[in-house]
Design a protein around this ligand. Structure first.
Ligand code: IPE
Ligand code: MG
Length: 216
């Protein structure tokens, strides 16, 4: 979800207002994903590298996150959305951890859209963590399937489509293992300007791609 800061800058607004607008996009895209029958949506909200940002911005992001959950959880649950957090929550304030864990537990048995929110997430860290857990659990044969089963996304399909907003041509440590064969779609649109229609456009573009998975 990139481009909140630039969206605000273009309007001479503080960055946090860009993030606030970004939350509106989140709501719209979650809704649109449900209507389109998408099974899994993963939103990259906060990376392990985002701690480098000013304290004020980090605090603002957390408070937006808490507010989003408090306001939207009921509705998400009603729509059978199943929430999962990808990332290491230990570093977050207790209140944030409690809120997130509570939301995941509440929606655990839901069968609608699987909504992953990547928070304090870094793919390299996720892979290391998976190896660590594998070693501890005594699994000796190192297979691709075994590694997949120890990632945060265990049990979920690999992403078919990766959408990158604000024209950025890089992966930024996102789901490195899982996106091995994902189709990449880059749009110049900043995240706060991204709409359900844009999501549809990306999917139509995706449908035109020929996926060969290394074959011919
Ligand atoms: C949102 O966009 C990403 C988050 C960490 C929430 P940015 O804050 O990275 O926006 P730009 O890149 O400055 O435009
Ligand atoms: Mg950015």
């Amino acid at each position: 979800m990139d481009g909140n800061g630039r969206w605000a800058k273009k309007r001479s607004l503080p960055r946090i207002l860009g993030h606030r607008q970004g939350v509106k996009t989140v709501k719209e895209i979650v809704k649109a994903s449900g209507s389109l029958g998408i099974r899994v949506l993963t939103l990259y909200a906060f990376s392990t590298e985002n701690w480098k940002r000013p304290q004020g911005e980090i605090k603002g992001l957390f408070s937006l996150l808490i507010r989003f959950l408090k306001k939207e959880l009921k509705e998400l649950h009603k729509n059978s959305v199943k929430l999962k957090i990808l990332g290491d929550l230990a570093k977050f304030p207790d209140e944030v951890q409690k809120e997130l864990n509570g939301a995941c537990e509440l929606t655990e048995k839901n069968t609608g859209l699987q909504l992953n929110i990547a928070l304090n997430y870094g793919a390299r860290q996720e892979i290391l963590y998976a190896f660590e857990k594998m070693t501890k659990s005594g699994i000796k044969n190192l297979t691709e399937e075994n590694v997949s089963n120890f990632l945060y996304t265990a049990g979920q399909p690999d992403p078919d489509l990766l959408i990158r907003t604000s024209g950025e041509m890089r992966i930024s440590n996102f789901l490195l293992w899982q996106i091995a064969y994902s189709e990449i779609y880059v749009t110049e649109k900043l995240w706060p300007d991204f709409t359900g229609k844009d999501l549809q456009k990306a999917i139509i573009e995706y449908q035109k791609r020929e996926r060969r998975f290394g074959g011919i």
